[in-house]
Every structure is written in C-alpha cells, then in structure tokens.
Write a protein that binds this ligand. Structure first.
Ligand SMILES: C[S@@+](CC[C@H](N)C(=O)[O-])C[C@H]1O[C@@H](n2cnc3c(N)ncnc32)[C@H](O)[C@@H]1O
Length: 499
C-alpha cells in the first residue's frame, strides 16, 4: 500500500474508505460500452452482440450504454467494434460529456481530448452537427483520436494540437461549451493505472494543479457569456478539484450548476479542507468514489459563465510563427470541380445525389474531405472582436484535419471512395456492392488481403463496397487476382474474430 497516498486520502476520507480507494487496484470494474448512435441503434447493437454470445445489460439513466455481463471473447475483436458500432468506455468517463449537454449545431471546444473518449461521445450527442475542436498537446495521442473519428464516422470534429492554454487568447468568447478533462494525478483510476502508486506525490499534484488552472482559465475565456464549461478529472485530490473550482469562482463571473446523475452513487464536492472553508457552492460538484459506485473515481463540476471576460482582440502576432497551410476553403456540393467528383461517386455507387448537399467539402492535395456544414458557418460567422481573416488564418495554421476523407483521385476523372465514407454512406449505396461469402473471406479482407475467387461481376479496376453479415466492411478494388482490400492500415490494428 502506498503510505503517501493513504496519508493524503485520510485528509478527506475515513481510514477505512481510504484503504478501499487503494484496494481498487485489485478490483475488476465491470466492462461498459457506449453505442455509437451515429451508426446503429442500441437495440440493434444489443441484438447483434447477443446473437454472438455476449450478454449486455442497459445502464439505468445513461442513454445508449451497457454493462457487458458475459463476454465469450474480447468484445474489442468483434466485427461490430471494427465497424464502429460502439466505444469501450468506463461508466464514469461517460458522465462529463453528459454534464456538458452539448446541443446540435453548437460550437464546442474539447481542450484536452486524447484519446477521444469524450470527444466522440460529444459528437454523437450533437448528432454529428455543429463543430467540435478536439485539441491535445500530444501529437502522438491525437493519432488515436483520429483513428476513433474514422472508426466511428465523425464528421463535425477538427483536430488541433496546440497548448490548450492559448485558446482563451486566440479564440475569446467563441464557443458555446468547453470541456476541460484535465491531465491529473489519476487516483480515481488506480485499478487500471496502478503505476500511480509509485509516482504519486504532493509535488506532482501541485505541478498538475498549475497546469489544470491554466487550461481551465483558457477554456473559461474561450466560451461565450452564458456558455457552459465542464471541468473533470479522474483523481480525488482537493488541490486538483475543489480548490481549482474555488479559485476560478473567485476570479471569473461564473456560477456552478447542479449535476444530477441518478445512476451512480456520488458525493457532493468538499467545502472544508485543511482547516479552511471553501465556496459553499462547491456542494454542487460531484465526487465519484470507486468503492461506492464500482466505476472509476471522478470529479465533475459544471460552470456557467454569467458575464463577458473579453479583454483584448487577438492579433496575427499571437498565432506565432506557425505556417498556415493552404487557406481553408470549404465548398458546397455545387462547386464545379467538386460536382464532377460527386457525380462520379453517384454514378458508381448509385448514391442519391441529394445526399451531397448535407455536407461541406474541401480539397487536400488529391483528396476530397467532407464534414458537417457547421464548419462553413464557423469560419464565416462574425464573432465580436475577432477579425474574419484572423480566424481563417488561425484555423488554417492550427487545424490538422476536419471531418473525414471522402475520396482520393486515382486517375483522371476516377475517384477511390474511402472506407470511412463507405461505412457512413452505406444506407445510400445501391450499386457496386460485393457480398463476401464466408467468414474466412471477411477475415482476409479486414486484414488488408486479397480475397481470391469472390463472386465477381465487375471489371478489374472497379472500386466496390464490400459487405459481410449486414455490415459494410470497406472499399475493395477488383483486380485479376481477386478482390483487393483497400481498408487503410490504421483500421487494421486489432485482430477481428469474425463469427
Ligand atoms: C485525462 S487526459 C484526456 C482524456 C480525454 N479527454 C478522453 O476522454 O479521452 C488529459 C490529456 O491532456 C493533455 N494535455 C496535457 N497538457 C495539455 C495542454 N497544455 N494543452 C492541451 N492538452 C494537454 C494530455 O496529452 C492528455 O491527453
């Protein structure tokens, strides 16, 4: 047992409860999943997984979530997981996005988003509309966010990688909501990160709380008056939680709002610590202890901005010496060059041409990307105090990608549709479809191989949608040798048990 952590915890808990927190590393917290409602309904997902021997139980009061009660083989290896029908996420990790209550068509900032659990949840709560900026300082960790965005079919999210502390100055009062799911000392997740037991110490907690304060104040400044900020951590120290909120309540025009989770046992925020009273309003914050709720420990506070904090319009010099990529230019489906490409896809796959007006597009070298129309609105809308040209330049220099790749030019007037796009558009694809005939073929295809002797009625060189067991697996290329999988390498990371 870690003496340091035990001694710390007895400042806020009785010794028996402190012991229980430390014992969590030996406990098995139930496996929980969240249906990706952008692709499938919860009832259909349950039916599919249960037909393969899994047993799922709905989690009361948390929409579209299940406890996995029986797991005949790892659920991460199912075809349903590969197809992006669900996300494996602890119950308490679903709570911050629910507390944020994002609405369709809003502008949302997720200031520390990797590996993307909450970003992807927010995207589905917004029904893939509006915009999300999924930011993280770690470029490496953002690769996982990008992977999840592709797997889950998310079109409203852009990935940026800047120090989150800069948003408050660069984009003041722009967002309707912001999530600060801060880096923390992880005392709530000892069960999955038991290395915490070796590195945890109070100096590290202090270092982290400085970081958290900067991220939180940046988020507060970046949100419009009346906007909502949710602050969450998966740790239990007062320094990283209540003291953080106590200090921003003193400095900024904020109210703290009630969160009422009916499904988990939670405690109110602490209002007396180290001999000193804290803001009484902290009672409205939520503390989740693993030993009481049998999920990961979390702290969540929901803040509402009651007045403006605007102090200064951003200037070009604030962006620093980042070079803008080609200027971001979103196009609608009636753009001339784009029209040709979309017509090609309509002709090949029979996709109803009216579908194309639901998205906005941009060209990236020889590729077309598509995303939610919220992006065009975001770039053209005037925000008080922010010059439109500034916004364009900033976005062009910090955004790595928005939405998903739709297609890549392969020859003059020929386009290869992406696997992610085919999966999203599959309800509208009525032509150029190949149904695989057995599990072995599906396995080869998902692993990126060539399926020999499939039932081919297409000329070599044709790109097709490839389906199996009612799921669009991805794009295939008809060749003389057989059907060649075009599933990108990044999507083939986990072995799939086809059954
Ligand atoms: C608790 S994790 C976020 C988990 C994520 N929200 C999710 O639900 O999947 C904290 C993240 O903060 C990032 N981070 C740390 N310092 C940062 C900073 N100054 N700006 C932006 N991100 C930062 C870390 O790289 C890490 O990915």
């Amino acid at each position: 047992m870690s003496e340091k952590i035990f001694n710390y915890l007895t400042k806020i808990l009785d010794p028996e409860s402190a012991r229980l927190v430390l014992k969590m590393y030996k406990l098995n917290i139930p496996l929980t999943i969240r249906t990706n409602t952008l692709k499938i309904s919860s009832s259909k997902l349950k039916e599919r997984l249960e037909s393969k021997g899994f047993k799922l139980r709905e989690i009361a009061f948390i929409p579209d979530s299940f406890i996995v009660v029986e797991e005949p083989f790892p659920i991460s290896k199912t075809l349903e997981h590969f197809a992006g029908f669900f996300y494996m996420q602890s119950l308490s990790s679903m709570l911050p996005s629910l507390a944020l209550e994002p609405e369709p068509d809003e502008f949302v900032l997720d200031i520390a988003s990797a590996p993307g659990s909450k970003t992807t949840h927010i995207a589905q709560l917004m029904k893939n509309t509006g915009i999300i900026i999924a930011n993280d300082i770690s470029f490496e960790r953002l690769k996982v966010v990008a992977h999840q965005i592709e797997r889950l079919g998310i079109l409203n999210t852009a990935i940026t990688s800047i120090d989150g502390n800069r948003f408050g100055n660069l984009l003041p009062e722009v967002f309707d909501r912001a999530l600060v799911d801060a880096p923390c000392s992880a005392l709530g997740i000892i069960s999955k990160a038991n290395e915490v037991l070796t590195w945890w110490n109070i100096d590290e907690v202090r270092r982290l709380s400085n970081k958290q304060y900067q991220l939180l104040t940046s988020a507060i400044k970046s949100v419009k008056p009346d906007g909502v900020i949710v602050y969450s951590t998966c740790t239990l120290t007062v320094e990283e939680n209540e003291l953080m909120i106590d200090s921003v309540l003193k400095k900024f025009p904020l109210e703290i709002e009630e969160i009422n989770y009916k499904t988990v046992d939670f405690d109110e925020g602490i209002t007396f610590y180290d001999g000193l009273p804290l803001d009484e309003r902290l009672k409205k914050a939520v503390r989740i202890y693993p030993f009481k709720s049998n999920t990961e420990g979390f702290f969540i506070a929901r803040l509402r901005k009651t007045d403006s904090t605007f102090s200064k319009s951003p200037e070009f010099s604030d962006i620093g010496n980042r070079v803008a990529h080609e200027k971001m230019r979103f196009l609608t489906a009636d753009d001339k060059d784009l029209k040709e490409a979309l017509k090609f896809l309509t002709d090949e796959f029979g996709i109803d041409e009216n579908i194309w007006s639901k998205f906005v597009y941009y060209f990236k070298n020889d590729e077309i990307w598509f995303c939610s129309p919220g992006w065009k609105k975001f770039l053209t809308l005037d925000f008080s105090g922010i010059d439109k040209n500034f916004k364009h330049h900033l976005m062009s220099s910090i955004i790595q990608r928005v939405g998903l790749k739709l297609a890549k030019s392969v020859k003059k007037a020929q386009w290869k549709i992406s696997t992610s796009a085919l999966q999203i558009l599959s309800p509208f694809v009525v032509k150029n479809i190949i149904e695989l005939q057995n599990e072995n073929q599906a396995r080869i295809f998902i692993n990126g191989g060539v399926v020999k002797n499939p039932d081919l009625n297409f000329r070599p060189g044709t790109y097709t949608a490839v389906n199996f067991d009612g799921i669009t697996l991805g794009c295939g290329l008809v060749t003389k040798e057989g059907l060649k999988s075009q599933i990108p390498k990044g999507r083939r990371t986990v072995e799939v048990e086809v059954m």
